[in-house]
Each structure stands twice: as C-alpha cells, then as structure tokens.
Design a protein around this ligand. Structure first.
Ligand code: 5GP
Length: 191
C-alpha cells in the first residue's frame, strides 16, 4: 500500500485546487472520488469530480456497506467508496482523500491506512468569504451557510497531524508536498 493522505478544510480554503495539483504533478497519486447527493456545479463532471447520485441510491449504498465513511454536510450526503480506494491500493497508488472532519474521524478507525491527516486553513474568515464569492459557484445563501459552517469546522483542527495555512497557494502546496515526501521516506526506511 502507498501512503494515504487526508486533506480537510473549511469550504473555500483551496483544498480542491491543491488535491488536483497533487494528482496532476505525481503519477503515483490518485484522488478518491467521492459519492455525493449534492447537485453538480456548472464546471463539475460526473465520475471525475464526484459520482453524483440520488439520495435513494446513496442510502442503498450505505445499506450495502459500500462506504469507508460517509457524512451529511450542508444537507447533502458525501461518502468514500471502499471499492475505488481498494483498487487504488492494489495498484500501489498513494491516495488523497478530500473529506471533512466527520469522515476523517471514521477513516482514522482503519489503522491499516496509516493516515497522514492535514488540515488546510484560510488566512482568516474575511479572506474565506472573498474566495467563496469569487469562486462564484454557489448562491449567496449557500455562501452564508458555508461561512457559518467555518466556525464549526475549525474546532476540529486538533484531530489532524498537520495544520497548513493557505496564505499563498504555491507555498501551501510546497508544504504539503514536503509532508508527503517525508512520510514516504519514513515508510521506506521502516520497510
Ligand atoms: P463541496 O460540496 O464543496 O464539494 O464539499 C463540501 C465538503 O464535503 C468539503 O469539506 C469536502 O471535503 C467534503 N467531502 C467531499 N467528499 C467527501 C466524502 O466522501 N466524505 C466526507 N466525509 N466529506 C466529503
């Protein structure tokens, strides 16, 4: 198995961009594509950004124990498919999980995953608001909800191994790269 990296952050802190950048730069890294009942945003593609499913289908997948973890966030369900991740593990890929603190808690119970847990924070709440508005993907009601959620999300920083502040995308990305490389080195020296 490669290394398993969780990247969590309040919505809008830049995590999705960083996740994509990691998988584009490193051919051995795969991003776990989650299932969600959320409606796709205009630029999102089914099977690439998420597997967009109905609530009925999602509940059926829960019953069939298809998920490593699942959570309700902003009135929608999100979950990590066991099958997809197991396929990545078989191929010895490193896997990045872009999931929230609830999912991280559940995934942490699988000790064999040896998770590296990284929490990305925006510089401050005002900057987060600017980014959410600039992203222009959600209406103002959703932006307000996400800002309220921010206070709740950041309470969980203590569940993580590393906290990285996203002041500047490049330097945040470099810090995360370093964390992953160090863990890979450690893992190799223990093997
Ligand atoms: P968004 O709707 O902005 O794409 O994602 C909202 C939140 O859901 C983000 O914090 C993201 O990390 C989280 N999320 C995405 N997929 C999953 C998942 O499979 N499980 C959990 N627990 N959270 C997820």
């Amino acid at each position: 198995m490669g290394v398993n990296i969780v990247l969590s952050s309040p919505s809008g802190a830049g995590k999705t961009t960083i996740t994509k950048k990691l998988s584009q730069k490193y051919s051995n890294i795969r991003v776990s594509i989650s299932h969600t009942t959320r409606k796709p945003r205009p630029n999102e593609i089914d099977g690439l950004d998420y597997f967009f499913v109905s609530k009925y289908k999602f509940e059926d997948l829960i019953k069939k124990k298809n998920f490593y973890e699942h959570a309700k966030i902003f009135d929608n369900y999100y979950g990590t498919s066991k099958k997809l991740v197991e396929d990545f593990h078989k191929k010895k890929f490193d896997v990045v999980f872009d999931i929230d603190w609830q999912g991280t808690k559940q995934l942490s119970k699988y000790k064999e995953l040896n998770l590296i847990k990284i929490f990305i924070l925006p510089p401050d709440k005002l900057e987060l608001k600017k980014r959410l508005i600039k992203r222009n993907q959600d209406n103002s009601e959703v932006v307000d909800k996400r800002l309220k959620q921010y206070e709740n999300d950041i309470k969980h920083w203590n569940d993580y191994d590393y906290i990285v502040i996203n002041n500047d995308l490049e330097s945040c990305f470099n810090q995360i790269e370093k964390i992953i490389k160090n863990h890979k080195k450690k893992k190799l020296s223990l093997a």
